[in-house]
Design a protein around this ligand. Structure first.
Ligand code: SF4
Length: 449
């Protein structure tokens, strides 16, 4: 099993930098009992790699590991639907007694013969890790025998949280995939996106902007990607880490090994999108591209601001509470404020002090930072802050609906894409649909019987 200490000392991670040596040694926060479902390291690793849609992803473990995590993300692909299929070794009591390595080898062989993928990813889960199944050796042998890359992802759930699983997945890509092939051709405008999973098709909202500027997306890690893209993405000129701290260590390692500079950016909101495009052009270092980018930004901003006017009329002054995690907490604040809404509070869970500072600046006097509110606290916040709409993940959905508070899903299960200039229009439409839905007023009325 990989030594996890390296991840806790990751110099690129702001949260690590803020800790003293003793705190760092304790590692990242672990899931509390009962919260492993949808939040363990295996789940985190799988959601990072599953969007590599032409590869087969085999979960080595009991059926529940694959079953509980199946299709729990709104990622989209234009290549294949392997990512929506569930491959698992389904190990049982007999395998616990005799070991599950033979079964894993057979599962890999069967999947390769039947589906002929360019690569197979194998995920380690708690039970086979505890009985000592050596997935690294099995993958190595299968790879030699079958003649395709078989990548072990050592991510048993008990090692930590979903976030750590994201990092373990990035590590597997760096160790076994990136740099193993050469791209068919390169241009001076090749970039990679790290931590963009094409949820609800958000990557597709941004790609036309790149195309208009002549920027080539060498690989998206991992939304709508092919195995070959990722294997050859070390020739990119710039890496952009999209709204996620989890793949920062991958970006840092790629900079050290292949000299690819990186920056963190966001496509949520008009200003964030424009600044991100500026940063890409600046790092690519082409003066003509920088000028072209400014022209495109001016055109797109004018266009979207005009289209947003009727929406802003309806959204202006509405009070929104945002309860989402990480970098999204601040990037969504600026996005919502651009719609004329008042952000009365945003979650600062998992945020670095740098993120918190940025959030406070954006919130001004009207909003506050909230930690991780439990359902009871959320209800209190709805009343105290006079919340008109809650933007959060599925876990808060029923708390809001029971209180007749309009709710908009902004996490991984969402069905609508909110990225780039186009995403602003979609978000505005969805907010209006939610806020002005007659169902909330009807529910508040006395029953006629
Ligand atoms: S890997 Fe472990 S924690 Fe995660 S779902 Fe499987 S058994 Fe549960």
């Amino acid at each position: 099993m990989r030594d996890l200490k390296d991840f806790f000392f990751e110099p690129a991670c702001g949260l690590n930098r803020e800790k003293d040596k003793k705190e760092r040694e304790k590692g990242c926060s672990r899931p509390k009992p009962g919260s492993a479902s949808g939040g363990c390291a295996f789940d985190g690793a799988q959601i990072t790699l599953l969007p590599i849609a032409d590869a087969v992803h085999i979960v080595h473990g009991p059926i529940a590991c694959a079953g509980n995590s199946w299709d729990n993300r709104g990622t989209r692909s234009s290549i294949s639907d392997y990512y929506r299929m569930g491959f698992t070794t389904d190990i049982s009591e007999i395998d616990v007694v005799y070991g599950g390595e033979g079964k894993l080898y057979e599962a890999i062989r069967e999947a390769v013969e039947k589906y002929k993928p360019p690569a197979v990813f194998v995920y380690q889960t708690c039970v086979p890790a505890m009985i000592g199944d050596d997935i690294v050796s099995v993958c190595k042998k299968a790879s030699q025998d079958l003649g395709i890359p078989v990548i072990p992802v050592e991510s048993p759930g008990f090692v930590g949280s979903k976030n750590l699983g994201n990092k373990l997945a990035g590590d597997a890509l760096f160790r076994y995939v990136i740099g193993t092939k050469e791209p068919e051709y390169t241009t001076p405008y090749d970039i990679n996106l790290l931590g963009e999973y094409n949820i609800a098709g958000e990557l597709w909202q941004v790609l036309p902007l790149f195309q208009e500027l002549g920027i080539k997306l060498l690989a998206c890690i991992t939304g709508d990607s092919r195995y070959q893209d990722i294997a050859s993405c070390h020739r990119a000129k710039v890496n952009m880490v999209v709204c996620s701290k989890a793949l920062l260590s991958l970006a840092r390692k790629m900079e050290e090994k292949y000299g690819v500079p990186y920056f963190e950016g966001s496509f949520y909101g008009i200003e964030n999108t424009s600044n991100t495009l500026r940063n890409i052009a600046r790092l690519l270092g082409d003066k003509e591209l920088m000028e072209r980018t400014e022209r495109l930004i001016a055109l797109k901003e004018e266009e979207v601001k005009k289209k947003l006017e009727p929406y802003i009329e309806k959204l202006k002054g509405k009070r929104v509470l945002i309860n989402t995690g990480g970098v999204k907490s601040w990037s969504m604040v600026s996005q919502v404020k651009e719609l004329g809404m008042i952000v009365v509070g945003t979650s600062s869970k998992k945020s670095t002090s740098e993120d918190k500072k940025r959030m406070l600046e954006l919130l001004g006097d009207e909003g506050m930072l909230i930690d991780e509110p439990n359902p009871k606290e959320l209800v209190r916040l709805f009343k105290d802050l006079k919340v008109d709409v809650l933007m959060a993940g599925g876990r808060s959905k029923f708390v809001a609906l029971k209180e007749y508070i309009p709710f908009l899903d902004t996490n991984q299960e969402r069905m609508k894409p909110y990225a780039g200039y186009e995403g602003m229009l979609v978000l505005a439409e969805e907010l209006i649909r939610t806020l002005y839905s007659p169902v909330f007023e009807l529910c508040k009325e006395e029953s006629p019987w």
